[in-house]
Design a protein around this ligand. Structure first.
Ligand code: 6GU
Length: 246
């Protein structure tokens, strides 16, 4: 982040604020906040209920199983934290676009440009369509399976973003060779070893103990390429694969 810019704020609207806070205080996301590289605001949607029972959901008009999140608490919770009219407001839902490395970098740009990013953790069967119309600007899924709530997806998105903020990762966190890093072709990482050099007859490959940095780098990039081809042919050849845009 450039000097003088304000600390970007990730705002998470949820029915389970303790769950969200606990994760954001832990590990790298927690360290990033302590270093003032990001801030988190966790909002309990229930605080914006409009009745004395703190109701935030109800049965669907027209019938059917499952509860629907009501429009007033969701809209009013967003309005209570949103600083800019053009803020990106993400709803986590299995019906959203699938989260990936490209979206991570796009949302990171957005967070840094606008200074805020709002994540609504979807719940129950869904949210009243009018809440989407009024405040949601983007719908994001983390994959083709159904989770009990939007907290884990929102935390996945927050974690992926925070670790890409400049200064968050230290050398020992070794970001440059992470899998999917577009700078290294968007493929998978190679295999890694540490001490001991032999365990139950399994040896660390000789090249890694050779001290020859050129050979080591070549071995690692060859291994990464063959892993990517074998495990994720869609990443190895994006024109042919399931991840293709065409
Ligand atoms: Cl964003 N929400 C829920 N409930 N389930 C999911 C998801 C989101 N992404 C994958 N599964």
């Amino acid at each position: 982040m450039s000097k003088g810019a304000e600390t970007p704020v990730i705002k998470v609207l949820t029915l389970f604020p303790e769950m969200v806070r606990t994760v954001l205080e832990t590990s790298i996301p927690g360290r990033a906040a302590k270093q003032d590289l990001v801030r988190y605001e966790v909002v309990d949607i229930r605080d914006f209920s409009v009745d004395k029972h703190r109701t935030v959901d109800d049965t669907a008009y027209g019938g059917g199983a499952g509860m629907i999140m009501m429009v007033p608490p969701v809209v009013e919770a967003v309005e209570s934290v949103r600083k800019r009219d053009d803020a990106t407001v993400i709803l986590t839902t299995p019906q959203g676009a699938t989260f990936d490395e490209v979206m991570t970098l796009d949302l990171l740009d957005d967070l840094q440009l606008k200074g805020e990013l709002i994540l609504i953790c979807g719940h129950y069967k869904g949210i009243d369509e009018r809440a989407r119309e009024l405040v949601v600007t983007r719908e994001v899924s983390i994959g083709d399976y159904v989770l009990s709530g939007g907290e884990l997806p929102a935390l996945v998105i927050a974690d992926a973003l925070v670790r890409r903020i400049e200064g968050v990762l230290h050398n020992e966190d070794s970001a440059g060779n992470d899998s999917f890093t577009l700078a290294r072709g968007g493929g998978l990482d190679c295999q890694w070893y540490t001490k001991p050099p032999e365990y139950r007859g399994l040896k660390v490959p000789d090249v890694l103990l050779s001290g020859h940095h050129g050979n080591i780098e070549k071995w690692r990039s060859d291994q990464a390429a063959s892993r990517t081809r074998n495990r994720r042919p869609d990443l190895a050849d994006p024109d042919e694969g399931i991840g293709s845009d065409t």
